[in-house]
Design a protein around this ligand. Structure first.
Ligand SMILES: Cc1ncc(COP(=O)(O)O)c(C=O)c1O
Length: 412
């Protein structure tokens, strides 16, 4: 089964928030990279969790037995979504940023002053800040350079990884300009020097089928609210690895994976929503197993979203006064996330004006502030970012293009 406009119309009916209007116009959520909308089945799963399983883990009574099983089922669903072996490799937390801080605290315990960590200029601060903070502990933090075309300089990565490197922290897809970075080189360098490869797949997981085992990563993070679920952070650890590191933890906490890095009580209701979000995605694919259906669904959604984003990219770049930032749509993988600036207008002004007609579009730095500093956009209000999700339509993109053309013409 493919995913075309027909399937998209069916999906739209599943998302209650899409029924809203703003000033008489249908709302258009083009802010998926900041967080996607949720289908009715996710809302129902969260509600049911509070009614049927509102208890803590490992009690002998029914609701506790049920919630323990439900959270294990969420781990198994996430494992299928990202291609891990089993739910034992999947830990949860409040969000990706919190889990990455927990991971950095654990990994620094195995480092000594003078050890090195490599981060990139393309990453979201959530995959920079936790590692930059290690400078306080005498760790040397090196940054891979971003070039003006919006790609990382992979030669610079080769230059910066060496025998002192303990961690390479790298994003798979940029939430600000859509660049996808292949992990092959980073993986090979980490294997050569015995460094951990920590991958931020928050933006990537929302738009591509993921296969953590074939990527050969050590740790991979993503966040369910970017793929139609609630706010839950996800940490995959290569089998056996979490048990070898020393996260912050209580002595009363289970000390084995996946619980080892999970401090306090998880958001059980949100986790039920994560299972439902994955089941929601799965229904748009084919195959014998859930994993096969998820891979096929994500490939179909990717195809649909990319066509819309490519159309937007091609049209918007021809509007006089518009500059598009980030890579072209060519044969290489790219996320359906396109950022622009308009001459003589700040992104904030443009976003505010478009919002009047129901077009919900983010402006600014999207926490990937280093990208803007490198591209010279930090002092001019950043970017206007459009992200395409499974419920967006060609009609919405055309409405947006009209709105942008009107603003750009007037601002000459
Ligand atoms: C690429 C990327 N990494 C990390 C994050 C942080 O995720 P969270 O909000 O779950 O901490 C985001 C959120 O926007 C993101 O887009």
């Amino acid at each position: 089964m493919g995913y075309t406009e027909t399937e998209c119309q069916r999906a739209i009916a599943d998302f209650p928030s899409l029924a809203r209007t703003i000033n008489g116009n249908p709302i258009a959520y083009l802010d998926g990279p900041g967080g996607t909308q949720v289908p009715e089945s996710v809302l129902a799963a969260i509600r049911d969790s509070y009614i049927d399983r509102n208890a803590n883990f490992d009690g002998m009574f029914q609701t506790s037995i049920d919630v323990t099983a439900a959270v294990a089922a969420t781990r198994a669903a996430v494992a299928d979504f990202i291609g891990a072996d089993s739910g034992a490799d999947i830990a949860f937390g409040a969000n990706m940023t919190t889990l990455n801080f927990a991971l950095s605290h654990a990994l620094v315990r195995g480092m000594t002053p003078g050890d090195e960590v490599v981060i990139t200029q393309l990453d979201h601060e959530a995959n920079r800040g936790p590692w930059l903070n290690l400078a306080e502990r005498g760790i040397v933090v090196r940054e891979v350079t971003l070039n003006p075309g919006g790609h990382l300089e992979l030669d610079d990565l080769v230059e910066k990884v060496n025998a002192k490197t303990r961690v390479v922290a790298l994003g798979m897809a940029s939430n600000s300009i859509g660049t996808v970075t292949a992990l092959t080189q980073a993986q090979a360098l980490c294997a050569e020097y015995g460094a951990y490869l920590v991958v931020d797949a928050v933006h990537y997981a929302a738009h591509f089928p993921l296969d953590v085992l074939s990527l050969g990563v050590d740790f991979l993070l993503c966040s369910a609210y970017k793929f139609y679920g609630p706010h839950v952070g996800i940490l995959y650890s290569r089998k056996g690895l979490l048990d070898q590191i020393e996260p912050d933890h209580l002595r009363t906490q289970k000390s084995v994976a996946p619980y080892r890095i999970e401090t306090g009580t998880l958001n059980h209701a949100a986790l039920a929503g994560v299972t439902a979000a994955i089941e929601y995605i799965e229904q748009w694919g084919n195959g014998e197993t859930r994993r096969e259906r998820l891979v096929s669904a994500m490939a179909a959604l990717h195809h649909y979203e990319t066509n819309l984003a490519r159309h937007y990219f091609a049209e918007v770049k021809d509007i006089s006064g518009v500059s598009v930032w980030g890579p072209e749509f060519d044969a290489s993988p790219r996320a359906p996330t396109v950022s622009i600036t308009i001459a003589n207008q700040t992104p904030e002004q443009v976003a505010a004006e478009l919002a009047q007609s129901g077009l919900q579009i983010w402006h600014g730095h999207f926490y990937a502030i280093k990208v803007l500093e490198v591209l010279g956009l930090a002092d001019s209000g950043g970017l206007l970012r459009v992200g395409v999700s499974m419920y967006n339509t060609r009609q919405e993109i055309d409405r947006l293009l009209e709105g942008i053309a009107a603003i750009a013409n007037r601002s000459k």
